[in-house]
Design a protein. Structure first.
Length: 187
C-alpha cells in the first residue's frame, strides 16, 4: 500500500512529494545521522585519513577515483577491499543492518570528499564533486543536505540521501561529511 501511495504522489507532483518528506528527513538527520557523525571512531578515522591524504592533488584524486571505478564489481579490488574491511566500515554495515530497512547505505567522507569508510560499495571513491559533500563540508558545521527522492532501480525502493557535516569536537573545525541513504517507505 505504501508503494502505491508513493508512486501516486510521484506522478501527481514530485515537488510536493519531496517537500512532504523533507521535515522527516531533516529530523532523521538531526537525530540519527548526527549521532553517527559524532561517533569517536568516525572522527578518528576521518582525522587519520585527512592527515594521510593531506598532500593529494587533483590529479591524484582523479586517479584514485578512476582506480576505484575500475574495481567496482571485480574480484580483485584492493582499494575497495581496503575500505570495506576497515573496522569503521564494519560498524557502518552493522548499523545499516540493524536499521530495519530504513538505512540503505552509509558512507563517511574526508576533507577532500574521498570515502573514508562505507557500509557497502559506492560507485565512486570521490564524492567531492557532488552536492552531498559540497552542500555540507563546504558550507560548515551542522549543514544538512537532503537529496532528491528517487526510485532505486535495483531495489525498487524510494530513497533519499541525507548528508551532514562532520566536525571535530575538540577543535570545532569541519573535517568531513557523512551520507546516509534512507528508504522513505520505512520512515
Amino acid at each position: 500500500m505504501k508503494r502505491l501511495w508513493l508512486a501516486m504522489c510521484l506522478l501527481i507532483s514530485y515537488t510536493s512529494f519531496a517537500n512532504e518528506f523533507e521535515a522527516v528527513l531533516k529530523d532523521f538527520a538531526m537525530k540519527d545521522v548526527k549521532s553517527i557523525a559524532s561517533d569517536d571512531q568516525v572522527i578518528n578515522a576521518i582525522k587519520s585519513q585527512n592527515e594521510q591524504n593531506s598532500q593529494l592533488n587533483e590529479t591524484q584524486i582523479t586517479a584514485l577515483d578512476n582506480d576505484w571505478r575500475s574495481q567496482v564489481g571485480q574480484s580483485d579490488a584492493p582499494l575497495i577491499t581496503s575500505k570495506l574491511s576497515s573496522d569503521l566500515s564494519k560498524k557502518l554495515s552493522a548499523l545499516q543492518e540493524s536499521s530495519d530497512g530504513v538505512i540503505t547505505e552509509i558512507f563517511v567522507m574526508d576533507n577532500k570528499g574521498l570515502n573514508v569508510a562505507q557500509s557497502a560499495v559506492t560507485s565512486d571513491y570521490w564524492q567531492g564533486d557532488e552536492d552531498k559533500w559540497q552542500q555540507t563540508y563546504l558550507v560548515g558545521p551542522n549543514a544538512i543536505h537532503i537529496g532528491e527522492i528517487e526510485e532505486d532501480e535495483s531495489t525498487q525502493m524510494f530513497q533519499s540521501q541525507v548528508s551532514y557535516t562532520i566536525t571535530d569536537p575538540a577543535s570545532g573545525q569541519v573535517i568531513g561529511a557523512i551520507t546516509v541513504g534512507v528508504n522513505v517507505e520505512e520512515l
